[in-house]
Design a protein around this ligand. Sequence first.
Ligand code: XIL
Length: 384
Amino acid sequence: MSNRSSRREFIKYAGALVAGVATGAAATYYGLRNYIPPAQTITQTLTESITQTVTETVTEIPSCTASLRAAAENRGLLIGSETAPAELSNSRYANTLAREFNYLTPGVDMKWIRVHPSENEWYFASADRIVKFASDHQMKMKGHCLIWHYPSELPSYLTYAMPAEEVRKAIENHITTLVGRYRGKIHAWDVVNEAVDDNEGLRKSFFLNKLGEGYIGEAFHVAHEADSNALLIYNDYGAEGLCDKSDRVYSLVKKLIGDGVPIDEVGLQMHLSAWNYPKPEDVAANVRRLAQLGLKVNISEMDVEIKKVPGELPERLEAQRRVYHDVIAACLKERNFTDITFWGFTDAYSWIDKFYGPDDPLLFDEEYQPKPAYWGVLDALLDK
Ligand code: XIL
């Protein structure tokens, strides 16, 4: 064995040990049942090191247990996180994001008022920054979101007394400019977000009140004109399992398909709580019935609240791990299920804290240490 190859073998061996010890330490930190994956990580990484040395393979093949990203790529899956430019400046955040994920979604920076605050004013700097980060790290992008009812995210030039025909034109201009700017750089767009009501029919939003239900199909047509290669998604919350709301989403997308609307995919937001969440088998059945319409399905914004779970922190984190694992494992069995995006990845930055009070809903703690939830997702990706 030459000096070079023995040095390489040593480096790999040392690297594997460090990775193994770090992983083990993270599991010990939580003192939970997840001692098994770290041990397997060490064994598998060492085995691969040895195999690589014997066959003198020059290309370094990452172990599929090394990160969520490696495990997902090993099965041809996109795995993503919501993000924001301010956070990308934090190197611990940025390094973890690039290591663990291959898909990025802006939390707010492509929403109407952020990118297009008045009729002739566009602000692309923040969205550009995220798109560049994705491209620098060989990640794909999901655009979020073209049409969303949320009043504080809609500019007043649009919502204040504009006649219906002009609103229609404004939508066309907004979608054509935004989708057109990023044509070829966005893998998929959330075209219409949360258009179904929680109790009956469609949401009585600004768009529905002004334009009638046709606005949904029109938005998809305009997006398709602007980038015929991007996958086009209908995205919603509370429609993950089998329930009245998911029936309404199913009816909506079925009708859109019947009307010849170019829709490719449904996003299940998956903002869950560990004390009350849909049965994994119901989520799978929902994914399956959408497959029968020819639609792909993704998990678009997953997080799992734990604040109301009874017990000490380790028990609550274990409940959270189980939800992440069981729901994702159920979805991964369905052939039309294509990707998972988490609404952030570190508890240091979560919208849940701001909207619903302090919680720890994500995969990494505030110090960027993997939580049991992380091992639950990794296990699901490894079919464990
Ligand atoms: C949230 C963002 O994360 C917050 O920063 C923002 O202030 C409000 O919106 N469903 C969606 C997302 O589709 O766009 C929402 O994102 C979370 C719920």
